[in-house]
Design a protein around this ligand. Structure first.
Ligand code: U2F
Length: 566
């Protein structure tokens, strides 16, 4: 049985010392310890009757190992990316607070030791059982584990979770399919289950959403923030000079109305190249950045970095986040930053989560090239009052709840209970003619057959089957129906009866490896089922197909979990 623990002493010791990245993470862990502890108490109350199994967990942070080049640590104090460190610090704290048996490695040597593989040249198969129930790592760590364990990695890979900021879609993850169909990248092709990849924001429902946390306010802090807001104070998002390059025009407009602050890293001899009217504080410790955000009215992004934690921190401290809309959206097809990343996702603004999940009045997304709209928006921002806001899924309690649910329910190791009860042509053999019901006045199916007789997480009660439009992905189709795509439920809808229940008349039914299947092609009245469960994918669309989509409901503020998921 896992027992919540609020003392972080043991965790701090395990993180060790000697690198700026580790010191940054430790400062964060210490600073948020009280917040985690009170969240743990609340979740403990909420989960009172739940048995939580204590797991043996290894966390191997590959990108911070010397062997992977560790380009991050030397830049911690110089304006380099910190988002990843924020997330790993929070993952470590959450696993520790949930009371699991945790081992942490930041080097190959430690990894060798924990896995019981003697250090030496070349790979060495792990002959005994894996001494862990779960391993959290990243793409670098995965590569290192492959070098270390050789082919025996295959046997154990169902225990692995890959922390993957921008996500990996099934078409890129499936080695053979990626190679044959042009989805091969430097990162993908590990043939994992899509939900073994865990992202920073809930942008790719094919993956699991791990997230991180932002600071929460108590009542006094909230009141003080309201009192002390400076209505003409703006902070620019961007700790490196190149994030400000070419933005002089916007800065000039902004400067007409507001006092502009920045936190751009600079060296004493060489102040950063930002306009003289900018009040630059230099890179601030996280805590001081929070103080600055508490006073500011506006936090403004100029397009980069993509999808970082800072906008959530700003919104949590009562700022309005103003950001550019990307038209056309940025993706691996048209932007250097995303090129070679195992995703086809189209990024619609600097921070799509802020745009889509939070929105006005906290987040305003506009075309920055329209100077009049830009100017009018700045003036509007100075007029309106907004309250600090933090979505539940980014609170400590929300992250603990989500991680708890994953740890206790996600299982990629046991062979899946034989489903569907179908014959070789994927025809339903249940007692009723079809396992589906049509929801009244809609084109949405629910599971009608006895849901509890099939073991599944999320449970089948959450399933809502929707057909996408042509050229529409299941991500979008579910979203339009007010739901979220749930790849774990694909196996229940990959049967002939789904087509008939949705009124698709099939001339023929075939089964193929294609990440868009199951789908219906109107032109040929052809119904296609998915042959390889690894290719079940919410992402992806084609003008030729209407896709069958397994959607589900979700909890308010916790999109990763369905209503019956806890
Ligand atoms: C993102 O990484 P970044 O580190 O660029 O993301 P930010 O949102 O800028 O900030 C990360 C943290 O840096 C902190 C701030 C955030 O929690 O509190 N910080 C600070 O301590 N002092 C300062 O003066 C300013 C900020 C993203 F997270 C990565 O995954 C991506 O790789 C990267 C590129 O898109 O963007």
């Amino acid at each position: 049985q896992a027992v919540f623990q609020s003392d972080i002493g043991a965790l701090m010791e395990q993180v060790g010392t000697g690198k700026e990245s580790l010191s940054f993470m430790k400062r964060r862990i210490r600073r948020l310890a009280a917040q985690w502890a009170s969240a743990a108490r609340r979740l403990d109350d909420k989960l009172r009757n739940h048995w939580r199994e204590q797991k043996r967990i290894l966390v191997h942070v590959g990108f911070l190992t010397e062997e992977s080049g560790d380009v991050f640590s030397p830049k911690v104090l110089k304006g380099g990316p910190l988002g990843e460190m924020v997330q790993w610090a929070d993952i470590l704290t959450a696993l520790h607070v949930l009371g699991h048996n945790l081992k942490i490695s930041f080097s190959l040597k430690e990894l060798h030791g924990f896995l019981g593989v003697p250090p030496g040249r070349g790979s060495c198969p792990l002959t005994g059982p894996l001494p862990f129930d779960l391993i959290y790592t990243d793409y670098h760590g995965l590569q290192q584990m492959k070098q270390l364990m050789g082919l025996s990695l295959r046997k154990h890979k169902c225990h692995i979770r890959v922390i993957d900021t921008f996500g990996t879609e099934p078409a890129y993850n499936h080695e053979e399919y990626a190679t044959l169909h042009g989805y091969r990248t430097n990162w993908g092709y590990w043939n994992l289950h899509g939900q073994q990849y865990m992202t920073m924001f809930p942008h790719t429902p094919d993956n699991s959403f791990m997230g991180f946390v932002a600071e929460e306010l108590n009542e006094t802090e909230r009141l003080n923030i309201q009192k002390n807001k400076v209505k003409n104070m703006a902070v620019v998002y961007g700790k490196e000079t190149n994030m400000w390059k070419g933005k002089e025009k916007f800065l000039a407009i902004l400067h007409r109305h507001m006092e502009i602050h920045g936190t751009v890293y600079y060296e004493a001899q060489r102040p950063p190249e930002v306009p003289a009217f900018v009040k630059n504080h230099g890179l601030l410790p996280q805590q001081e950045l929070q103080q600055l955000l508490r006073k500011a009215k506006l936090f403004i992004g100029f397009g980069f970095p993509y999808e970082g934690p800072a906008p959530l921190e700003a919104i949590a401290n009562g700022c309005i986040f103003l950001q550019p809309k990307f038209n056309p959206p940025h993706s691996s097809l048209n932007h250097e930053f995303f090129r070679g990343k195992p995703t086809s996702r189209e990024v619609s603004s600097q921070h799509p989560y802020a745009e889509q999940y939070i929105g006005r009045p906290h987040v305003i997304t506009i075309d920055f090239n329209n100077s009049e709209e830009f100017d009018a928006t700045i003036r509007e921002i100075m007029r309106i009052n907004v309250e600090p806001f933090l979505p539940y899924e980014y609170t400590c309690e929300g992250m603990l709840e989500r991680l708890h649910a994953y740890i206790q329910n996600q299982d990629f190791c046991s062979p899946e209970a034989p489903f569907p009860p179908v014959n070789s042509s994927q025809t339903w053999l249940g007692s009723a003619p079809s396992p589906f019901n049509l929801l009244p006045n809609s084109r949405i199916l629910t599971w009608a057959s006895n849901a509890s007789s099939f073991s599944s997480w999320p449970p089948l009660t959450a399933l809502r089957v929707v057909a996408s439009l042509e050229s529409e992905s299941c991500v979008k189709a579910c979203q339009t129906a007010g739901l979220i795509c749930e790849p774990a439920l694909y196996r229940f809808i990959n049967i002939r009866e789904t087509f008939s229940a949705l009124d698709f008349q099939c001339e023929g039914v075939e089964s193929e490896k294609n990440h868009l299947f199951p789908a219906f092609s109107a032109e040929h009245a052809e119904c296609s089922l998915q042959q390889d469960p690894l290719l079940f994918s919410c992402a992806g669309s084609s003008a030729k197909y209407r896709r069958l989509c397994p959607c589900r409901d979700f909890r308010n503020g916790q999109v990763a979990l369905c209503k019956d998921c806890l």
